[in-house]
Design a protein around this ligand. Structure first.
Ligand SMILES: Cc1ncc(COP(=O)(O)O)c(C=O)c1O
Length: 446
C-alpha cells in the first residue's frame, strides 16, 4: 500500500469507491455508503494480498508439502500480528480465529461454563447488540447495566450491580462502542471496576476495533481487558474471519463447543488428548484466506494510523450532527452537544416519515445506503425511542405490527464531507416536499 498521509486520499484505498448505482429517475449516481457499521467494503490492499498469496495457498496444519508448511507457519504468525494490533499480552493471551464476533461470543459463552460456577452472574448492558446478550441468556444468570438519559452506559449502575451481587458477577460483557449511538465506553475504567469485584471483562470490539486505537494491556494491570472479540468484515476484510482473544488458561481445561479435525493430538475410540489452545478451539480446516485478509487490513490500518482515522471520523461525525441539526424536523438521538466519546455513528429520524421509507428514499433518490430499524439492539432502541412497555407488549402479542426504529448513518475512513453534504441536501429536499415524497413512496413500497 502506498504511503497515505491525508484522509482525503483514503478513498483510493477502497474497492468499488466509484461504483454507480441506479436511481429511481433512471439515472445513475456514485454510490454513497453510510452503512459501515454493518459491514465495510474491502481494502484494495486486501484483495491484492489474497491474489499474491493464492499461488502459495495450501491446507493449514495438514501437510508436509512446501506450500502447506508455508501456509501453516504464515497462519500461526498471523496470530501475533492480530494480537499486537489490539495490544494483547501474548505471554498470557491466545488468539483464536472464528467466523465473526457473534461466533466468538457464543464460543466464549460455552467455554466459560467450564470456568465459572453454576450460579455465576453475567452483567451485559442495555446498549448491547443481540450478539452480546442472547448467547449468555441460556447459560448464566444475566442482568443488564442500565443507561442514563442520553443513552450512555451508567457506571453508577454497574458499580451498584457489582455490589448487589456480592461477588457472584463473574463477567462484565460490554460493547467497546455502541452500534446504535456510537458511544465509546470507558473500557479500562469498567475493567478496573469489574476486577475490583472479582469479575472478568469481555469487550465486544466489533465497532471499536476498526475505528479507534485499543490496547488490551495497560500500565495498570487492574485496567487490562481479559477478553476481546471483533470481526474482519467490519474492518475492510470481508472474508469470513473473526477473532476471540482471551487468557490461554480459560481454554486449557474443558472441551470446545465444536470438536473434530485439527483439535486433537491423539485419539482412540475411548481416549482423546486435545491440542493446547488455540488449536483445540478451531475445529475443521481454518479459513486461511480470511486470516490473510484480516492481517492485511490490519497492516493497512496501522500504516494509515488509527489515531488519524479516529480523529478524522470524529470530525466527520461532528460536522454531520451540526448539519443535521439545521434541518428542523430531524430528530437526533443521544448526546449531540459533545461527540468526542462517539464513533462515526449517527442515529436519526425525520418527523412524520417512517424510518424504513426514509431509508428507501435516500437509496432511490440519492444512491445513499444507510441502515434503518433497530440494528440488532432492540432493547436499546426501544429505550432511546421511549417506547412504553404496553406498546412493546402489544407488539409481542401481534407479530404483524411494524417495528419502530431509526435511521443510522455510520462512517468508514473513506467517507467525505462532500458525501455528507449530498445527504443533507437530499434530506432538506425531502423535508420541504414531505407530502409529495410520502405519497410517491407509499406507492413504490406498496
Ligand atoms: C457491537 C456489535 N457487536 C456484535 C456484532 C455482530 O457482529 P458479526 O455480525 O460480525 O458477528 C455487531 C454487528 O453489527 C455489532 O455492531
Amino acid at each position: 500500500m502506498e504511503y497515505i498521509k491525508y484522509p482525503e486520499e483514503f478513498r483510493k484505498l477502497i474497492a468499488g469507491i466509484d461504483t454507480k448505482v441506479p436511481l429511481i429517475n433512471g439515472k445513475y449516481s456514485t454510490a454513497i455508503n453510510f452503512d459501515n457499521a454493518a459491514t465495510t467494503p474491502p481494502f484494495l490492499s486486501v484483495l491484492e494480498a489474497l491474489m499474491n498469496f493464492s499461488p502459495w495457498y495450501a491446507s493449514v496444519h495438514r501437510g508436509a508439502g512446501y506450500k502447506s508448511q508455508l501456509s501453516s507457519s504464515c497462519y500461526e504468525d498471523c496470530r501475533e500480528i492480530v494480537g499486537d494490533f489490539v495490544g494483547a499480552d501474548m505471554q498470557k493471551h491466545t488468539v483464536i480465529f472464528v467466523k465473526n464476533t457473534t461466533e466468538a461470543i457464543n464460543k466464549l459463552s460455552y467455554r466459560l461454563l467450564n470456568k465459572y460456577k453454576k450460579d455465576a452472574v453475567v452483567l451485559s448492558s442495555f446498549m448491547e447488540h443481540h450478539s452480546n446478550d442472547l448467547p449468555w441468556r441460556d447459560k448464566y444468570s444475566v442482568d443488564y447495566v442500565d443507561i442514563d438519559c442520553t443513552g450512555r452506559l451508567s457506571l453508577k449502575d454497574l458499580k451498584e450491580k457489582l455490589i448487589q451481587y456480592k461477588g457472584k458477577v463473574k463477567l462484565v460483557t460490554i460493547a467497546g462502542a455502541s452500534n446504535v449511538t456510537g458511544y465509546i465506553n470507558p473500557i479500562h475504567e469498567i475493567a478496573s471496576l469489574a476486577h475490583e469485584y472479582g469479575a472478568e471483562i469481555l469487550v465486544d470490539g466489533a465497532q471499536l476495533v476498526p475505528h479507534a486505537p485499543i490496547s488490551m494491556k495497560t500500565s495498570n494491570p487492574s485496567e487490562a481487558i481479559d477478553y476481546l472479540v471483533f470481526s474482519g468484515h467490519k474492518m475492510y476484510a470481508p472474508f469470513g474471519t473473526g477473532v476471540l482473544i482471551g487468557p490461554r488458561e480459560t481454554f486449557q481445561e474443558g472441551v470446545a463447543e465444536y470438536v473434530g479435525g485439527g483439535t486433537v493430538e491423539l485419539v482412540t475410540h475411548n481416549y482423546i488428548r486435545w491440542f493446547d489452545p488455540p488449536l483445540k478451539e478451531e475445529a475443521g480446516s481454518p479459513n486461511m484466506m480470511g486470516v490473510i485478509a484480516l492481517v492485511e487490513s490490519i497492516k493497512s490500518l496501522q500504516k494509515l494510523d488509527m489515531y488519524l482515522i479516529d480523529n478524522y471520523e470524529k470530525a466527520l461525525t461532528t460536522y454531520t450532527i451540526n448539519r443535521l441539526k439545521c434541518i428542523p424536523d430531524i430528530i437526533l438521538y443521544g448526546n449531540t452537544i459533545d461527540s468526542r466519546d462517539r464513533l462515526g455513528i449517527v442515529p436519526f429520524n425525520m418527523e412524520g416519515i417512517d424510518h424504513n421509507m426514509l431509508a428507501y428514499m435516500l437509496s432511490y433518490e440519492g444512491g445513499i445506503s444507510v441502515r434503518n430499524g433497530c440494528f440488532c439492539a432492540q432493547p436499546y432502541v426501544q429505550r432511546l425511542l421511549n417506547i412504553p412497555d404496553e406498546e412493546i407488549q402489544r407488539r409481542i402479542g401481534d407479530p404483524t405490527l411494524s417495528h419502530p426504529g431509526v435511521v443510522r448513518i455510520s462512517f468508514g475512513l473513506y467517507n467525505t464531507h462532500r458525501e455528507v453534504d449530498t445527504l443533507i441536501s437530499l434530506l432538506k429536499k425531502i423535508s420541504l416536499n414531505k407530502k409529495d415524497y410520502i405519497k410517491k413512496y407509499k406507492e413504490i413500497l406498496s
